[in-house]
Design a protein around this ligand. Structure first.
Ligand SMILES: O=C(O)CCC(=O)C(=O)O
Ligand SMILES: [Fe+2]
Length: 280
């Protein structure tokens, strides 16, 4: 895994709100990621989240955007080993320019053959904290192409976005009703070979094309929350119990839900090691 970034890549990320890192995984690592994610998705069955009983989107337009399975690190030791990796945390922290990173959630996002496009949206306004430094990694498990639904970004939109949420719905351009100032911005596709990845800011406008092919477009993603973020009143992935337990302004520092996977100065290794000790 090539987790070194140049100053040029950091500058590109800060200016544009995304960066593509080609050849991120070795061919062997790519096989490990594919096996881990495929196995975890299969075992998860219909449940988008571990605490769900069923899939409320079954058969809807949303269900045919992608197979979405959230927080696979929680129920798959194989995915846990990949996602709770301090090298990912350090890389995310370097791009964002923060001291430490926690996991917000991981997600397998698998576009089925002939899947719907992923409408333009922002990520962070959906989440339970607000941070202009939060960001996600998106790892291509298959080649992501213009034909099968690669990501697209609106470069620089993270700088002028605010916290109005736009649902990922059937009109892929709904976001331009909320942010008409972006209507003239040219989008940037992010085609990637399998094993490459991108990082994108939590406030950049992004989406993905339809899958116009009979093949699969698999991706594994993870949102990283800068250490020190506080609850903003949105439930998002929190269970009803967790949601009821937080008050606006509370620190989101529950290591069972949002493990600290990297910090420049605070110790974090011991807690992570305890996590992995349970696996063996
Ligand atoms: O993979 C996709 O279709 C969308 C990905 C996305 O929205 C994300 O990773 O935040
Ligand atoms: Fe997104």
């Amino acid at each position: 895994m090539n987790t070194t970034v140049t100053q040029e890549q950091i500058d590109f990320y800060r200016e544009n709100g995304f960066v593509v890192l080609h050849d991120f995984l070795t061919p062997e690592e790519l096989e490990t990621w594919r096996d881990a994610v495929d196995g975890a998705v299969r075992r998860r069955g219909e449940r988008r989240q571990l605490h769900h009983k069923d899939n409320k989107y079954r058969g809807t337009y949303y269900d045919y955007i992608f197979v979405q399975r959230v927080n696979l690190w929680m129920d798959s030791p194989e995915v846990r080993r990949l996602i709770l990796d301090p090298r990912l945390g350090k890389l995310a922290a370097e791009l964002a320019g923060v001291d430490g990173m926690r996991i917000w959630h991981d997600q397998a996002l698998i576009k089925q053959p002939w899947a719907n496009p992923t409408g333009w949206h922002l990520d962070n306004p959906k989440w339970s904290y607000s941070s202009r430094d939060t960001l996600s990694i998106w790892v291509a498990l298959d080649d992501a192409t213009l034909q099968n639904g690669c990501l697209y970004f609106l470069p620089g939109s993270h700088k002028t976005a605010d916290y109005d949420d736009v649902p990922i719905g059937e009109n892929i351009g709904d976001i331009f009703r909320v942010y008409p100032q972006w209507q003239e911005t040219m989008s940037a596709p992010a085609e990637m070979k399998a094993g490459s990845c991108s990082f994108h800011n939590g406030l950049i406008a992004h989406g993905a094309g339809a899958n116009m092919t009979p093949g699969w477009r698999r991706a594994m993603t993870c949102g990283f929350m800068p250490d020190g973020c506080t609850f903003n009143g949105k439930q998002n992935i929190l269970t009803d119990e967790q949601f009821a337990g937080y008050e606006i302004g509370d620190l989101l520092d529950d290591d069972l839900q949002n493990p600290l996977i990297y910090h420049r100065t605070k110790p974090f290794e011991e807690k992570l090691a305890e996590r992995f000790a349970e696996d063996s």
